[in-house]
Design a protein around this ligand. Structure first.
Ligand code: ADP
Ligand code: MG
Ligand code: ZN
Length: 646
């Protein structure tokens, strides 16, 4: 959740118009009107049109008196008619006195024919001028107006609605084919990210430098017959800086960066994803050399054809289109597709085939020195008090991602600002570690005296077991202040950054996790729901020892996770382990847990006096930092763990 928010924030960059004719589409008209304003506008337009229409139609209403054919015949016989103008079926009659009348005749027969049928003699008729007009002129158009105006009106209405829709939220419905990529212009200094902004990750940078080189100087590679790689895939847990790294590659190469998230391809209409892919690639090719970056590609790039019901067609079509586009590049097209994911295991193998994403770069969680470097990047523009020691903070934050560290620095600044200080102190940063790790302090949670004592014993139990057992990490801090969802916590940190964990360390860690449970049991003769998370964590550890690391006495060196990954229902543990074997594994896990429990119980019973001392102190001060805690240990002759200098 946190990670998502961050990448959103980071991507909320304005669109940049590139100096490429294709891309400099007319910006969509800004519509500053309120919905109410629109309604009023529309009403006015409607009224104007309606009154115009009325005027035109009303014109024909002021026509002269309409008379019947027989009246006309009578008038002619009486020699009252001066002139009759025939236009089509209309007869415009002008009487001798100047009075005008109109009449209608049948279209098929001529006027003289009709009149003679009515019994008008040629002599009688000769006194009247008969004029025949072929072209009906403006009258003809007037007749059409009642038809044309509504058509015009409807046309205008449709145009108007679509314009509204485009500038409003329903835009996708009208422009669903267009790619929604955000583009970062290489010339926009305010958005430029380079490798200098990405701390650590040396190997990844070296690997990606090659791509920078390709983009800067494609000819060099083409001349020697080398094919330009098409894609690079960035793997790494959330917040390790994948998005940042991709932008830095574009920044280093000075090429436009087309950014789209996997989930943005897929929308409400089938086929939209594929058409967006086409659009995106077409845009990038016009702008070449360029980078297309598809973030969170697992949203579209999951293994095809799995899952109940054969998977999602729309997603598959989108993925196919990406593959087609990547295959369709001319060898000389210098467009490189970068993609990022934290779920490499679920990607479709077709994506990883040579000629597609054949460059793969892994971004690891930062180690101690990288953490320090990342914090230094984010420390720029932040005023620190003289007591700040970033190295210490880096030591205390194993497992933090780049995004976590950025957030830590920010929390520190917020803490200082809230206290109206002008500088950030070491204490601000130390407190921010816990805030980022466990959430804010729960100030509203007031513990009863009994609850406080219980929590103190629980945390004291963890800490004491950790200090006594040989292979567990030293304790840095104990606290019984509730935070986020925890009642209290014990912070223990490895002496050195290690990548490998031994079986002995696993067993001791399980015992430490059970320290809270056993301590509660000892002082209350009962257990609470408090240690439920401890139990989950330690049971999971025990299970991994058996099924993944070959650390169980019973099974020896074997991993039972062969079928993990793809099953009919997506991912999960496969059913390949037989029921009988599963039962044996469960028994082995239970045995490890039981032995851990015995070990913990032995330690806490033996050092009960020390446990009492720690708990008593905790109830009093609520938080124990390492030096104060170690004083209690020294007072009871428990040796301290030495930091190994490496
Ligand atoms: P990801 O895409 O891997 O989830 P991001 O690239 O969005 O991670 O990183 C989130 C933020 O964390 C970045 O904006 C950056 O501020 C910070 N960050 C992550 N890794 C690093 C790093 N190596 N150096 C500097 N800042 C980093
Ligand atoms: Mg990201
Ligand atoms: Zn606990």
């Amino acid at each position: 959740m946190k990670e998502r928010k961050q990448s959103k924030k980071q991507l909320k960059k304005k669109k940049v118009e590139l100096p490429i004719p294709f891309l400099s589409k007319k910006p969509k008209g800004k519509n500053t009107q309120t919905p109410l304003g629109n309604m009023v506008n529309m009403l006015i337009v409607f009224l104007v049109i309606a009154s115009l229409y009325g005027l035109l139609v009303g014109n024909t209403n002021t026509k002269p008196e309409q008379v019947t054919m027989s009246t006309l015949v009578a008038s002619i016989k009486a020699n009252e008619v001066e002139k009759v103008v025939v236009s089509g079926e209309e007869l415009q009659i002008t009487k001798k006195g100047g009075v005008k009348q109109v009449a209608k005749k049948e279209i098929e027969s001529s006027l003289s024919q009709t009149l003679s049928n009515y019994g008008v003699t040629p002599a009688e008729l000769s006194q009247t001028i008969i004029e025949v007009k072929r072209d009906t002129g403006p009258l003809f158009w007037l007749n059409l107006i009642p038809i044309i105006i509504p058509i015009l009106f409807i046309g205008f209405f449709i145009w108007w609605i679509s314009r509204q829709a485009k500038s409003g939220g329903a835009a996708q419905a009208f422009s669903f084919g267009q790619s929604k990529a955000r583009i970062i212009d290489p010339n926009d200094a305010s958005q430029k990210v380079t490798f200098a902004d990405v701390a650590g990750n040396k190997e990844a940078k070296i690997e990606l430098l090659e791509i920078v080189d390709f983009l800067k100087n494609p000819q060099k590679f083409l001349d020697i017959g080398a094919k330009i790689p098409k894609g690079a895939l960035l793997f790494g847990s959330p917040g390790t800086g994948k998005t940042l790294m991709a932008r830095a590659v574009a920044g280093e190469a000075g090429v436009p960066f087309f950014h789209l998230s996997g989930s943005e391809f897929v929308e409400m209409f089938v086929g939209v994803g594929a058409s967006r892919v086409r659009d995106l690639f077409a845009m990038a090719k016009k702008a070449a050399p360029a980078i297309i970056f598809i973030d969170e590609i697992d949203a579209v790039g999951r293994v095809r054809g799995v899952g109940v019901g054969g998977g999602n067609d729309e997603r598959e079509q989108t993925l196919n289109q990406i593959l087609v586009e990547m295959d369709g590049f001319e060898p000389s097209t210098s467009v490189i597709v970068m993609a990022a994911t934290n779920r490499a295991d679920v990607l479709d193998p077709a994506l990883l085939r040579p000629g597609r994403f054949d460059r793969r770069v892994t971004l690891d969680l930062p180690d101690r020195s990288d953490r320090e470097a990342i914090m230094n990047v984010h420390a720029k523009k932040k005023p620190f008090a003289s007591d700040v020691n970033i190295t210490t903070i880096a030591e205390r934050t194993p497992g933090f991602s780049g995004a976590d560290l950025e957030s830590l620095m920010n929390e520190g600044a917020i803490l200082a600002a809230r206290k109206d200080r002008k500088e950030i102190t070491q204490d601000d940063l130390l407190r921010s570690i816990e805030k980022v790790m466990l959430g804010p302090e729960r100030l509203s949670h007031i513990m009863s005296k009994e609850e406080k004592r219980l929590t103190a014993y629980h945390e004291g139990g963890h800490a004491l077991v950790a200090s006594v057992l040989e292979h567990s990490d030293p304790v840095h801090k104990i606290s019984i202040i509730a935070r986020g969802r925890t009642g209290g916590y014990t912070l223990k940190l490895p002496l050195d950054e290690r990548r490998l964990q031994s079986k002995k360390a696993f067993l001791d860690d399980i015992a430490v996790s059970l320290g809270g449970y056993v301590a509660e049991e000892m002082i209350m003769g009962d257990v609470t729901t408090g240690p439920s998370n401890d139990l989950q964590v330690s049971s999971a550890m025990a299970r991994e020892m058996v099924t993944r690391y070959g650390m169980s006495d019973k099974f020896g060196p074997i991993a039972f996770e062969a079928g993990k990954g793809r099953t009919m229902f997506g991912e999960g543990v496969s059913a390949e382990i037989s029921g009988d074997l599963a039962k044996q594994i469960d028994e082995e896990v239970a045995r490890i847990m039981r032995e851990g429990y015995e070990k913990t119980k032995k330690v806490l019973s033996e050092y009960r006096v020390v446990l009492d001392a720690i708990a008593e102190k905790l109830v009093e001060v609520e938080t124990l930092e390492q030096p104060e805690y170690e004083q209690i240990l020294i007072a009871h002759n428990i040796p301290l763990k030495k930091k190994v200098i490496i």
